[in-house]
Design a binder for this molecule. Sequence first.
Ligand code: NAD
Length: 495
Amino acid sequence: MSPVPPRPSSVIGHWIGGEPAGAADGRTLDVTDPASDRPYAKVAGGGPADVDRAVDAARAAFPAWAATAHHRRARVLHRIADAVEDRHDRLAAHESYDTGLPIGQARGQARRAAENFRHFAGVITALGEEAFRQGEEQLSYVVRSPAGVAGLITPWNTPFMLQSWKLAPALAAGCTVVLKPAEWTPLSASLWPEILTAAGVPAGVVNIVHGTGAEAGRALVDHPGVPLLSFTGSTATGRRILRSCADRLKAASMELGGKSPVVVFADADVEAALDAVVFGVFSLNGERCTAGSRVLVQRPLYEDFTRRLADRATRIRVGPPSDPATEVGPLVHAEHYRRVLEYVRAGREESRLVAGGERPAHLPGGNYLQPAVFADVPRDARVFQEEVFGPVVAVTPFDDEDEAVGLANATPYGLAAYVWTSDLRRGHRMAHAVDSGMVWINSHNVRDLRAPFGGAKASGVGREGGARSIDFYTESKAVHVALGEMRPPRLGGGT
Ligand code: NAD
């Protein structure tokens, strides 16, 4: 049975100091449904005044939350995970309706959101502080303190899960937060207030301000009461935010775009590689930062692999997000749909379209696209170089390992890479030679949440995941204590 689509009767508002709130100046923005492109709700159009109020509330809540013992914070995180799980179906339905994610895949994202809270509850419980002893002379130890009010800015793809990926470590570390969700997809974030209330999160610990990036986002980045920012979004926006952080000397964690290669050698397990390629680039509607959107195939396998990939793309079920049989739903927004279609147009000029790239005939409205496969894509093509962030894949042949490394590294991005080969020595060599934050060998995108997550080159700055996230949300202070008799060098003591 497909879930009933959520229809919020009123404006999706901010959540400030434990209370719902509208924009200070009463402005709202339309929220559209990607299956029809019709506005179905409004969201508060926040600006600097709303951000000021939210930061004030977060600052007021900070001392008590920061002083809460780590095991008590961990208990709260587990309760948040419980509250997310209790609302699993509604959450998935909201996410699917608002973003266009197929409902089955939206359910997986809701589960991951709960796991993120359990994971960071475990991390903060297990994490110790360091001590260093210099013989019998001196002991140095480290205390970690939460860094203050964290600004969290999130994108429209898998919005609730990505919000949980920032909220969980920030709260575990003892920060209070102001979250600015993406303006196209605010619906699932509207469930946070009841989730946080059910979990007993004190008022002001989490504050949510909706609005555009140019207004609400920018006000949060520039706010003097916010010493650190965790951002997930496009490389262009990340650059702008980093510039502003540099002027104000703020800490920033940047999870940005990608154009990740999948390198398939002729000795690979072809069936598994094909399944992984199709899932890796077309699941989540291709709107996935770690999508394997460039497939590099060794020449003896190239024609056959490309033909089979095209065949699978042609048979992918494109349909309404609420239909459990749907494999690819509508793209998030008409503006994004136009951008993706422009890449399809460019790809047709630059290479050979071997599948998809058209609106399916049975779906005359909404942002639907049959997944597109481009073959013989040269390395300077736009569909090879630029992040499309939709169900579009570029396939390119290579002859040997050196050429594969050269092609894999031939874009400005470096988020993820995937290698398929039955020669494990080669798999490791490739993993070390490819310039990216993460590499999977003979595997699709299965993550261990303790491992660092993030990108090299234009794909990001910094790593999150496990204890690294806690490092980001805390300040470490080294305390040095003399254990024995300490005789500092004596200046000015001569006679
Ligand atoms: P975007 O950069 O347009 O927007 C992201 C967020 O930033 C939104 O909330 C937006 O309102 C806000 N924003 C925009 N301009 C701003 C400004 N000047 N100041 C402050 N905030 C501002 O990105 P998007 O289109 O929403 O998301 C898609 C992008 O996100 C893709 O490039 C994708 O690869 C990337 N992404 C990266 C990861 C990762 O972990 N590396 C994960 C998911 C998505």
